[in-house]
Design a protein around this ligand. Structure first.
Ligand code: CP3
Length: 343
């Protein structure tokens, strides 16, 4: 039994006494206690792959920030690794795949991963976290959308253009679909296993949605996201596709409960297009660089745009690492106070 189930009730479209709030990337470098623990370890992967440590940093923001949900500490790139493509997390630079997908043979070599066998450390981290949370708040599970995972597997690292990945969609669409098929099958099994391990809601991150033309997005992304939503009927699913403002009416047709908005979108425009879905978002993470008074004003404006119901307050993308945690607290407290008064 959950002591605080605001997030789940809002996701299901039920009325709540105030708007729930959490932050994408809340576990991590904004918190001094995270940096202290991280500094004692060999690297990011040790943290991700040690369930007790992953559980500890998952719960840190619940203690420090009093958010209404925990998100399991992991990364979307554990999926390509489970399929056979190892990643490294290079200090101050980000992810790197020493080998990438270039040919049909490379796609052939990728396996549809078995969650217990290849991602057991994440599932164990979820179990340990659930035990330690003891029902304080819901736990969010997550995975990358197949297109975003393909983008990293083909490109090998972050990129402004992901031109190798986008090239594949034009040059070898059938091969792209073969790889997307394997990623989708892995992701469905993985998210189902997360739910079985205790995740109360799951989020699909399509971080690189916005670099595709709309027609390609429909062909190479939405249809696989739809399959994933369909395969997880037990818990609410949130779809967050950064930059895909043109896909919002398509998302309204998905069998998901919640649609995440980035800060380029205005909730007043989106709301009439999405029927009874819940919306999540979408304060610009840069708004948290202002003074506390500016943070309060921007947060209230955002809450006015969404209205009091069917909203989960969040940022429009992950919190930036150099954000002052005190301003994050102002954001969270403002959501709690102001949204209660909106009712
Ligand atoms: O608090 C949480 O949200 C849970 C943890 C989480 C991480 N990554 C930890 C992490 C989540 C949900 C992710 C998702 C993720 N990872 C996405 C989708 C969300 C988004 O931002 O669009 C993507 C694209 C990645 C891939 C990735 N991982 C990149 C590009 C980087 C380097 C840049 C960066 O943001 O740090 C990472 C590394 C990473 N993932 C860190 C953390 C805490 C930093 C590593 C460190 O502490 O050294």
């Amino acid at each position: 039994m959950l002591k605080n189930d605001l997030l789940l009730r809002a996701a299901r479209g039920e009325e709540t006494e105030r708007t729930p709030v959490w932050l994408m990337r809340q576990a991590g470098r904004i918190l001094p206690e995270y940096r202290a623990l991280r500094g004692r370890l060999s690297g990011f992967k040790e943290l991700v792959e040690t369930p007790e440590l992953a559980a500890e940093v998952t719960i840190q923001p619940v203690d420090a920030l009093d958010v209404d949900a925990a998100i399991i500490f992991s990364d979307i790139l554990v999926v390509p690794e489970a399929m056979g493509l190892t990643y490294e997390m290079v200090e101050a630079r980000g992810p790197l795949f020493p080998e990438t997908i270039k040919t049909a043979h490379d796609v052939e070599r990728m396996r549809v991963a078995d969650p217990e066998e290849h991602l057991g450390y994440v599932l164990e981290a979820i179990r340990v976290t659930k035990q330690a949370l003891n029902g304080r708040v819901p736990l969010i599970g997550f995975a990358g959308a197949p297109w975003t995972i393909l983008a990293y597997m083909v490109e090998g690292h972050g990129s402004k253009t992901f031109s190798k990945a986008r090239r594949l969609l034009y040059a070898e669409p059938a091969l792209a679909h073969q790889l997307l098929r394997k990623i989708t099958d892995t992701t469905i099994a993985y998210l189902r296993a997360q739910v079985e391990a205790g995740a109360n809601i799951v989020q699909v991150f399509d971080s690189w949605a916005g670099i595709l033309p709309p027609a390609h997005y429909q062909e190479f992304s939405t249809r696989y996201i739809a399959e994933i939503c369909q395969a997880i009927p037990e818990v609410p699913v949130t779809v967050f596709a950064k930059g895909a403002f043109w896909a919002v009416e398509e998302f309204a047709q998905l069998p998901c409960r919640t649609i995440g908005l980035d800060w380029n979108q205005d909730a007043r425009t989106v709301r009439p297009l999405v029927g009874n879905k819940t919306l999540q978002g979408n304060l610009d993470p840069c708004a948290l660089y202002g003074t506390p008074e500016q943070v309060r004003t921007a947060t209230k404006q955002m809450l006015d745009q969404f209205g009091p119901h069917r909203h989960i307050a969040n940022l429009g993308h992950g919190v930036y690492p150099d954000t002052n945690p005190d301003n994050v607290k102002v954001f969270i407290e403002t959501v709690k106070e102001y949204s209660a008064r909106q009712r």
